[in-house]
Each structure stands twice: as C-alpha cells, then as structure tokens.
Design a binder for this molecule. Structure first.
Ligand SMILES: NC(=O)c1ccc[n+]([C@@H]2O[C@H](COP(=O)([O-])OP(=O)(O)OC[C@H]3O[C@@H](n4cnc5c(N)ncnc54)[C@H](OP(=O)(O)O)[C@@H]3O)[C@@H](O)[C@H]2O)c1
Length: 232
C-alpha cells in the first residue's frame, strides 16, 4: 500500500491532498500541530480510520518532529512520499521589515522541511520509489522575482526551501530518493485568499499528479502544479 506523510494537513492544500489521496485508497499520515483543533481532518479520519492517521507534528519543534517520527515508525515500515506542505506567510515590505517574523519564516518554511526529512528519511529509504515534495512557491524563485512581489520573509524562506531541495537531491540520490520543489499555484486558501486563481482541489490534484509521475530524471527540479517547470 502506498504511504504518504503530509505536514500541515489540517487545512488548505494539505487537507485537500489528504482527501484526494484517501479517495484513491492511499494510506496517509496526516500531520498537524494541533490535532485537537483539526475538525475537518478529524472528520475525514473518523470516516476513513483505515487510511488516515493523524499525528501531532510542529515543524519548528525538534521534539515534536522526533516524536512524530517514532509514532509513525511504529505503524508503518516505509513512507513512499513525504510532502513538506506546512508553511507560514508573514507579509512585509522594506518599510515594515520584522526580523522576528523573518526568522520564524525561515524556521517554519525552510528549517522545518529539513527537520522533517532528517527524522523520516529512514522510512523513506525503505520505500521502493521514495519521493520528497517540498511545497515551495513561485515567490521563492530568485530569477522570477519582480517589484512588490510577495514579502522579504516569505520569499526568502521559500528560496531557502528551494536550496534545501537542491541539497537533498544530491545527498539522497544514492538512496534512490527523488526530491523536488513544487509551486502549488496561487490557491484559494487562508494563505492565498479568496481572489486566488486556483482552487484547492485543482492545486492538490496537480501536485499529486506530478508527484505520481516523477522519475529519477526529475530529481532536483522545481515544478509547477500543472506539470511545467518553474525557473529557480
Ligand atoms: N495558497 C497559496 O496561494 C500558496 C502559493 C504558493 C505556495 N503555497 C504554499 O503551500 C503550502 C500550503 O499553503 P496553504 O495555502 O494551504 O496555506 P494555509 O491554508 O495557510 O495552511 C498552512 C498550513 O501550514 C500549517 N503550519 C503552519 N505552521 C506550522 C508549523 N509550525 N508546524 C506544522 N504545521 C504548520 C498550518 O497549520 P495551523 O492550522 O496549525 O496553522 C496549516 O495546516 C504552504 O507551504 C504555502 O507556503 C501556498
């Protein structure tokens, strides 16, 4: 059975990916930082108790990530796909730059993915065709950057995530692990807002479709949810 682990699975794109995976009979470790508040995810899990396991995981907390890895390892012998989806978006600009929010963004959106990979890599190594999908953003692209396009904190944190993707693509290649960055589109979630261009179902379906088709040749690439390549 295919096993997927998703961070930030309680709402937005993470919740939608969880729903779509469950609909295909995929086992999902749906992680979130506050399971007791994750009403929609708890509902999904209660209706699909054989497929959805909710695990507490806060990507900025080493102990939480370690404990989550132990919990998951007790319930599966492998993970096929790890989706680093959790993210925060503090909006700033040159005038109201906030160092604390900048550092928190780097921690959650960059270091967080690294924490999760390091704790779950042994389960990935036991899969036949393991993949790591880092949900990044077009705003983390250095070459695509333009005036008034996102914030210092968010854009920089996603650029960090993109560099982590490239590092992992080299370091884990010999384990057969494919690592990519993924721009999910501008999506109608709490983060993207109601005016965004893409619905969560379309974004999630695209991400999962691209993920399913990944081969070794894709290792280290930056994809868009529609299957196109994004410039770094
Ligand atoms: N929406 C867009 O237009 C868009 C565009 C480009 C990229 N993205 C990226 O896509 C991913 C999903 O975004 P979304 O639109 O679904 O946003 P969202 O609706 O705001 O959801 C963000 C998710 O991240 C979780 N999260 C935040 N900090 C966390 C932490 N420390 N530990 C664990 N989970 C944490 C949130 O959990 P809580 O409920 O506990 O806060 C929530 O589940 C993010 O990485 C985002 O940067 C989104």
């Amino acid at each position: 059975m295919t096993v997927v682990l998703i961070t930030g699975a309680n709402r937005g794109i993470g919740l939608e990916m969880t729903k779509q995976l469950v609909a295909t009979g995929t086992k999902v470790f749906a992680t979130c930082r506050l399971p007791e508040n994750a009403d929609a995810l708890n509902q999904l899990a209660s209706e699909n108790s054989d497929l959805v396991t909710i695990v507490q995981l806060d990507v900025i907390n080493d102990m939480s990530v370690h404990a989550a890895a132990q919990t998951v390892a007790a319930q599966t012998d492998h993970i096929d796909v790890l989706i680093n989806n959790a993210g925060v978006n503090f909006r700033d600009n040159f005038e109201d730059f906030n160092a604390d929010e900048f550092l928190l963004s780097l921690n959650a959106n960059g270091v967080g993915a690294m924490r999760v990979v390091r704790q779950f890599v042994d389960l990935l190594r036991k899969a036949e065709n393991p993949k790591i999908v880092n949900i990044s953003s077009q705003l983390g692209s250095i070459t695509a950057q333009r005036p008034n396009f996102g914030s210092y904190a968010y854009n920089s944190s996603k650029a960090v995530m993109n560099m982590i993707t490239r590092h992992l693509s080299f370091d884990l290649e010999s384990d057969g692990i494919i690592t990519i960055s993924m721009h999910p589109g501008w999506v109608q979630t709490d983060m993207g807002g109601a005016n965004a261009a893409v619905t969560p179902p379309d974004s999630a379906a695209g991400i999962l479709n691209v993920t399913a088709g990944l081969t070794a040749e894709d290792n280290g690439k930056f994809y868009i949810y529609n299957g196109e390549i994004h410039p770094w």
